[in-house]
Write a protein that binds this ligand. Sequence first.
Ligand SMILES: Cc1cc2nc3c(=O)[nH]c(=O)nc-3n(C[C@H](O)[C@H](O)[C@H](O)COP(=O)(O)OP(=O)(O)OC[C@H]3O[C@@H](n4cnc5c(N)ncnc54)[C@H](O)[C@@H]3O)c2cc1C
Length: 406
Amino acid sequence: MNSRTDVLVIGGGATGAGVARDLALRDVEVTLVERDGLSAGTSGRSHGLLHSGARYAEADRPEARACLEESRILKEIAGVCVRDTRGLFVQLSEDDPDYFEAKRAACEEVGISTEVVDGESVRAEIPDLTDDVERAMWVPDGVVLPSRLVAANAADARDHGAEVLTRAPVTGMRRENGRVTEVDLGGEVDETIEPTYVVNAAGPYAASIAEMVDATVTLHPTKGVMVSVEYDRLEPVLNRCRDPDDGDIIVPHDDEVVLGTTSVPVDDPEEYERADWEVERSVEECAKMLPPVADAARLRTWWGVRPLYEPEEAALDERGISRGFHLLEHDDEGVDNIASIVGGKLTTYRKMAEATADLVCDRLDVDADCETATRRLPGADDPEQVDEFVAEFDGQGPTDEDLIGR
Ligand SMILES: Cc1cc2nc3c(=O)[nH]c(=O)nc-3n(C[C@H](O)[C@H](O)[C@H](O)COP(=O)(O)OP(=O)(O)OC[C@H]3O[C@@H](n4cnc5c(N)ncnc54)[C@H](O)[C@@H]3O)c2cc1C
């Protein structure tokens, strides 16, 4: 059976759901398709840190500014999808004091508020922190519940006329005269869609979607592990204040903390080795900040794959690749009604979606402004309602499994 839509968005992670919401709010007819349940990809398998931008402040100012701006917006519009926990960057005795100073200066330059506290004061607030802490810096980090965030975006898209199809994998696409003309959906949907425009928001799978129409997206996917352990006494996010490395972030939940992560290149976003050393190293390194986590009961372990974009000219190391997003059109490859959106962060998904929706509206001659920065998400004040959205879209990922439906 064939049906048509103005915009077909492929991928039900934060980016795709955000694009669908943004377009639907601009009265554009949109269909969102996800091969699994929503959040089944990287979004539902991330570390769940709502970045204030402090992590990137000295190395990537534009990304730090984007995180600062977007984390502020999400604290306004996303309600129970985020938590305003604040975060600490801790300097241990083996860490370079100049790095701490450089980060503080860069945060100030970017506009990220900081407050430096000495080791004794911070240990008075967080008694389990290692006594090896020299000093620490408060920043406005937070926690994001990706399953809720993605489901609330999809629910708003649906409430504004979008069709949201889960268990609807794109299995093939046809192009004719420089345009994508037909997209085949398998799984439970099993139909062919004729779209006017296609948005490829398939995260680490974006390259294989682009290939279906002989277009190219050069990704440098990297995997990272998260380990959730029993611990109920941490309020802020803990970040180690040193060059980004394995096991330098602890994200607090209610009765658990999530330790992570690693960054190891993979060839395939699905078939990769889940190595024990990554788990052990993450726990060991995080325990240098918060020693009780070393022996805490391990509750869940999962991996995610970053959809990092690697332009040919910038062959940087895994952690040096920009965390900024890239919106690519493929007209130079002979197909002009498809764009791919890759890279970025969960924290900046809304901005990525806005840029994508601006482009699509321009191509479709739609004159409508973005509203997503000021409109609250449905269910933002009602955890039960938003958890019903998660269930409706089969959107439960491991990152916030312990926090949904409580
Ligand atoms: C280890 C790790 C930790 C991270 N931690 C953080 C963090 O703490 N804070 C932060 O801000 N960011 C973090 N990130 C980055 C962030 O998670 C990602 O940048 C973001 O979630 C990507 O979202 P997305 O929607 O673009 O991709 P995805 O969430 O991967 O969504 C793409 C979707 O496309 C679907 N799909 C694939 N193929 C098809 C097909 N053929 N048909 C239909 N659908 C298809 C997939 O199933 C998937 O659901 C982390 C990433 C990793 C890997």
